[in-house]
Ligand binder design. Sequence first.
Ligand code: SF4
Length: 308
Amino acid sequence: MLQQTQVKTVIPYFTKFISKFPKINDLANSEQSEVMSHWSGLGYYSRARNLHKAALIIKKDYGGIFPNKFDEILSLPGIGPSTAGAILSLNNIEPRAIMDGNVKRVLSRHFFIEGDLTKAGMLKKIWKLSERCTPETDFDIYTQAIMDLGATVCLPKKYKCDQCPVVKSCIAKKKNKIELIPQKKAKKQKRKIEYNFLVIRSEDSFLLEQRDANGIWPGLWSFPTLETDEKVESWIESNTGISKINYQNNIDSFTHSLSHIDIQINPVIIDISDSKVERLKKNMTFIKAQKINSIATSKAVKKIIDRL
Ligand code: SF4
């Protein structure tokens, strides 16, 4: 959960998630949709899918016990070398280097590593450094400490060198070039797209459609999404059999930002309270507004329902 997401945001999700799925087998024995609904709102949904897939593998191949060998952990979906290293080091199993954003910042500043750390050669260099710094004993304490140092003291802008235990040997501090390290990579321009969201409402229920496994919001339940040049009425009739639309209105458009894309969403509100729904596609359902948290939806869907 903490990949790309702040602790403050994660805490309520984590508490709920762990009380619902306290053991690996609880996760493995659940449907993916149930796991997704507990992730709903956190974003980066591939993490939830990988967690569920990993639980299934651990149940099948390791009898429900988390493996304790680096290569076995690394082969689980969603786990890279840094996460595998953190699992082994923090659990005091074997000394392994880690490389999250905080650690990268501390090491690159302390040893004054200039250059773009996203480049393969530079990344290799800083990994080597991380391996060299990881001690043979007390590696669990070291690993937690360097992560915490980056998260609380060696902050990107408000660094607190006066509280830093390694200030005396820090080269960036000595050179007074802390803010230049690590070098920032040029920000890519985000792609922009525009969608009409079809908010079909029948009293206090909304029509949602489960999205494809690929693309934006994969596998999540969402309002039907129409390209801006598609005709609303004909889409409704051909996809739901609803031929009588009582009322059509719009609420303000808004921009919903994902990591790689900005989506302008134009909600088109359609009330069908006394219309007959003759057929619905298999991947469509009506859900009551108060039940929206029980299924996996995006923040954009919840935002619209909250406004209505
Ligand atoms: S002395 Fe300052 S820049 Fe250097 S590691 Fe500590 S907090 Fe970071």
